[in-house]
Design a protein around this ligand. Structure first.
Ligand code: AMP
Ligand code: MG
Length: 314
């Protein structure tokens, strides 16, 4: 579906318009101090699914959620003294903290790719801050480029890659180049998950202890990361009927226990994927059978996730 992409100025009417577009479940690209991000309301399954669709991502990898304040962070994750130290020292700025999700967080499970941890950050770019203030909620945002292409540092780059696929671009000029956020895991011992804009030495100094190195055997690439999550049940793909002892996760007009999208809409299916897998798993069936999903558009990311869930477990 090709829509005109609105170009918005970084002024009060532009921020208000961008916030309204986000509230409607649509996508807005905006500048951060790293690169332009492709933002969606992190609480809205469909909006987050549209991020993956617009980027033509073949995988669901967890997204960083951008927040307006530390108070907003405390509502989403199990805050800690360590987080306080790092937030006081480096927020707003290019530091992302990965922390355990809180009960009742209200975020789409697509944001975390079904993980129980969440990556959060307070950006320092004034346009990102103004948008977050106007929206007053969590914005999930990966880089605003088609999957596999160069990260965008100007509104023109975003427009070249995504025009017609996203709803608006908030033009904040050129951002600093190549300075991704440093990602620190705080679910256990503070661990450097990705080097970036804040040097790990500065983080160690703030903490008074070195950061643990990320275990090189651990799963780091976004696609691999998602394989942390598998349902307790076995998963059987391309099921055209339900066998004994199975629950059926349907797609399209089929009789089933839960349907990803009766209408066969892949954005709706992606939006429902993690929630439905969790819900069926909670029924305690030995096997979740899944209807065939077309290998087109978002169907590729859905099938990638399902194949991982169906793969033999170690
Ligand atoms: P990007 O949005 O392209 O800057 O990338 C986000 C990075 O954060 C990816 O490398 C993700 O794998 C990582 N990330 C996001 N959420 C989590 C999480 N819950 N646990 C660990 N890493 C995460
Ligand atoms: Mg990227």
């Amino acid at each position: 579906m090709q829509n005109p992409t609105e170009m918005l100025h970084p002024d009060t009417p532009g921020f208000e318009r961008a916030a309204d577009i986000l509230r409607s479940g649509a996508l807005v690209a905006f500048p951060t101090e790293t690169v332009y991000g492709l933002g969606a309301d992190a609480r809205n399954d469909r909006a987050v699914a549209r991020i993956f669709e617009a980027k033509s991502r073949p995988h669901f990898n967890p997204l960083i959620v951008h927040l307006p304040s530390v108070d907003a962070a405390k509502k989403l994750v199990e805050w800690s003294d360590t987080a306080n130290i790092l937030a006081s020292a480096f927020w707003p700025g290019p530091l992302t903290l990965v922390m355990p999700l809180r009960q009742g967080h209200g975020l789409s499970p697509l944001v975390t790719a079904g993980l129980s941890t969440l990556a959060i950050r307070l950006p320092t770019h004034p346009v990102a801050q103004a948008l977050l203030a106007a929206f007053d909620g969590p914005i999930a945002a990966p880089s605003a480029n088609p999957s596999g292409q160069i990260s965008p540092t100007t509104a023109a780059h975003v427009s070249q890659g995504l025009t017609g696929l996203i709803d608006a671009i908030l033009d904040g000029g050129a951002c600093d180049v190549g300075l991704e956020s440093t990602i620190v895991g705080l679910a256990d011992t503070p661990t450097l998950l990705r080097p970036g804009g804040v040097p790990s030495e500065a983080i160690a100094q703030a903490l008074g202890a070195p950061l643990a190195d990320h275990d090189s055997d651990a799963l780091t690439a976004p696609g691999q990361m998602a394989s942390h999550y598998a349902p307790g049940a076995q998963v059987r793909l391309n099921a055209t009927s339900r066998h004994d002892g199975e629950v059926l996760l349907g797609f399209g007009p089929t009789e089933c226990d839960l349907n990803l999208s009766r209408a066969g809409d892949l954005v709706e299916a992606a939006a429902n994927l993690f929630g439905h897998l969790h819900a069926l798993d909670a029924l305690g069936a030995g096997t979740i059978a899944v209807s065939p999903i077309p290998e087109t558009g978002l169907g590729r990311a859905i099938n990638d996730r399902l194949r991982r869930a169906a793969a033999p477990r170690g």
